[in-house]
Design a protein around this ligand. Sequence first.
Ligand SMILES: [Zn+2]
Length: 56
Amino acid sequence: MADEKDKGTPVAVAPGTPGSGENVCRCCEGKGKLVDGGACPDCNGTGKINAPIGGA
Ligand SMILES: [Zn+2]
């Protein structure tokens, strides 16, 4: 379908999305920073993301 490529990053959804919940960012493991010290782009440095529950 779309050019949805699997980049190995967590699938984040908008806050308040039904069926989603707060989860530890798998990109930075909840640290909010990448191993090189840069802010995590996936969670915007919060260390948490809103991810769909029950999804694989
Ligand atoms: Zn992160």
